[in-house]
Design a protein around this ligand. Sequence first.
Ligand code: DGL
Length: 271
Amino acid sequence: MKQKPVIFLDSGVGGLPYCEHFYKLAPHIPRIYIADRANFPYGPKSREELGRLLKQLVARALERWEAPVVVIACNTATISAIDVLRAAFPEVSFVGTVPAVKPAVLASQEGRIGVIATERTISEPYIYDLARRFNPQIEVIGRAAPELVSFVEHDLLTANREERLRMVRPAVEWFRQRRVDGIVLGCTHFLFLLDEFQALAAPDITIFHSVEGVARRVLQLLETRGLLTNAPETTGCQTESGIIAVTGTGAVSESWQALSKTYGLALEVWE
Ligand code: DGL
């Protein structure tokens, strides 16, 4: 049996660490990463628009690849559109990415946590409702950080450590003034700044993210659906083992070429 690929999608680079983490757990599973750069950023868009755009994108991806599992490696897209996608493509198992609110709530001594995410994620009731399921008294302080999304998408490869720290510092200080003891990285793009968040937050604030949880969930789903072959030699054609498809005409930029090399994924451009 030829192993079918798992598709990861995001508006840009944000889902790459999720795709990479999954690759570390299951290196023989072909992975496809789709960066919807034509519609970046997702954060300021409405639920309705995101539902429509993601339906089109998933339909296009499924025409090209027969993938039983699609990972929405984007919190904004998951919170806004995963129900629409599940209804539109019932044959596919969708794995969503949502902010790691649960461990942050359970670990909080102060009863106060921060979530840093896109405008859309912060303005949806989802994260606040989720947090209250684990502690009805918890205070959740949300901060939208579109400037960090844009920085990661456009400037990360050229920025040095000092510049990255400078970008992250105002957000961490803002949360510290509000006396949170945990900050949840509620946008996949921010995983690229994990070291900086941790360095600035220590020792009084813990940083939470969802990268391991999502990768494990994908693996578990493949196992339960009987879709996991163990032997690497059954993966078949090497060219299908890893692709980054980037939407939009400006996609063949140097940075995407560099990313395709770093992650060992062949670059494909979707007009
Ligand atoms: N990476 C996405 C997330 O996790 C959003 C970035 C964007 O605004 O496009 O929410």
